[in-house]
Design a protein around this ligand. Structure first.
Ligand SMILES: *Cc1c(COP(=O)(O)O)cnc(C)c1O
Length: 384
């Protein structure tokens, strides 16, 4: 070994996994021990041995450390889906008789959880509209145990003042949580604004290829302690295979995010000038209501935004050829979601009745932007 080529452990450290440049997939449910003494030691939480993959697995742990680094967090916990992360965080921090403050423009299944499972367990929720966020302190009660936000808002994309929420939580000793799936840590770092837990649907941009389901919650060890205990018992642990694919996704995350940003912002600006479009809901557009806050909190915008069109939304969606109709987002392929088609069938629909029925959500993928634009132009013409 020459001095110019020092052994890894003398350089930047990590010589784990025999120097393999890519982390191996530990596809195993359990780990065995050479003797009872080491087995007992592992159960006491001493040393670094793994016991059972529902509790922890080296491939999953590798991903958790990477996400924690990106979020500037002490640690993170990975889950089998974004909803796995969301429900574990809520169930870990709330008990019967407690009060939850939740942003009214959160992801619809998150809202459905508060009025279903949480309500049944005796947990009361106050929904806060985007316009009421500045008055959040007035909504805090003696039994408020969690403040939950999502920024920007699901479907309507208003940005929430996370600094204000974080400060309100800290002043009253109430943990604060935000869903950071839209921005990813590449474009927003909520913990730096005083938020305690930043969570993700890793199914979207972190994975980035529409081929896994995954969730992650990042925060301080203290904020995650209860969550880790609940996660183990709730059993929403990710498979090592999906954790590996998410880790691989992270390697291109910043590259992909920049391309999503560029293409989506180009589409948003062109759509704004198109006669067939009534409104473009994109937080990076200067006229958009919360644009000032967006500039303060985000270092970029992702590929997901919405439009309202003059024509018929079903005709518009049906005429698209490159964009495909579907839920979810964050992968290579561009997607369209006409709100009206799914809204009335959703259990949380009455909580979102003020969202315009002519709203169409676009997820701008990684295809050639000019091909995407021709597709949008053609479909807008067909919608009239
Ligand atoms: C998709 C999504 C979730 C839920 O994630 P799953 O991985 O589908 O469980 C949560 N929040 C947001 C903003 C999402 O888009």
């Amino acid at each position: 070994m020459s001095p110019e080529n020092p052994p890894r452990e003398e350089g930047n450290g990590d010589d784990a996994f025999l120097g393999s440049v890519s982390p191996p997939v530990f596809r195993t449910s359990l780990f065995t021990f050479p003797d009872c003494a080491s087995f007992e030691k592992a159960f006491r939480g001493e040393g670094d041995r793994f016991i059972y993959s529902r509790v922890s697995n080296p491939t999953v742990r590798f991903l958790e450390r990477k996400v924690a680094e990106l979020e500037g967090a002490e640690d993170s916990i990975a889950f089998a889906s974004g909803m796995g992360a969301i429900s574990a965080v809520l169930l870990a921090h709330l008990s019967a008789g407690d009060h939850l403050i939740m942003f009214a423009r959160s992801y619809a299944p998150t809202l459905a959880l508060t009025r279903g499972l949480l309500l049944r367990m005796g947990i009361e929720t106050t929904l806060v509209q985007p316009s009421e966020v500045s008055r959040i302190e007035g909504l805090v009660r003696d039994r408020t145990r969690l403040i939950y936000t999502e920024s920007p808002a699901s479907l309507t994309f208003e940005v929430t003042d996370l600094g204000l929420i974080g400060a309100a939580g800290k002043a009253r000793g109430i943990p604060t949580v935000t869903d950071n799936s839209w921005a990813t840590p590449v474009f927003q770092r909520p913990l730096e604004m005083g938020i305690d837990i930043s969570l993700h649907s890793g199914t979207k941009y972190l994975g980035g290829h529409s081929d896994i389901l995954l969730g992650v919650a990042a925060g301080s060890r203290a904020a995650l302690e209860k969550v880790r205990a609940a996660a183990t018992l709730l059993g929403a642990s990710p498979s090592p295979e999906d954790a590996f694919l998410a880790t691989r996704g992270l390697r291109t995350l910043s590259l992909r995010m920049r391309r999503h940003e560029e293409s989506a912002f180009l589409m948003a600006r062109r759509l704004l000038l198109h006669e067939g479009v009534l409104e473009v809901l994109h937080p990076a557009l200067p006229f958009f209501p919360t644009h000032g806050l967006w500039k303060k909190q985000f270092s970029g915008s992702s590929g997901l935004f919405a439009i309202r069109i003059r024509g018929d939304v079903r005709r518009f969606a049906d005429a698209l050829r490159v964009f495909r109709i579907g839920v979810s987002w964050g992968g290579f392929e561009s997607l369209v979601l006409p709100h009206a088609v799914v809204a009335s069938a959703h259990p949380a629909d009455d909580l979102r009745s003020d969202i315009p029925r002519d709203l169409v959500r676009l997820s701008i993928g990684l295809e050639d932007p000019e091909e995407l634009w021709s597709d949008l132009e053609r479909a807008l013409a067909a919608s009239r």
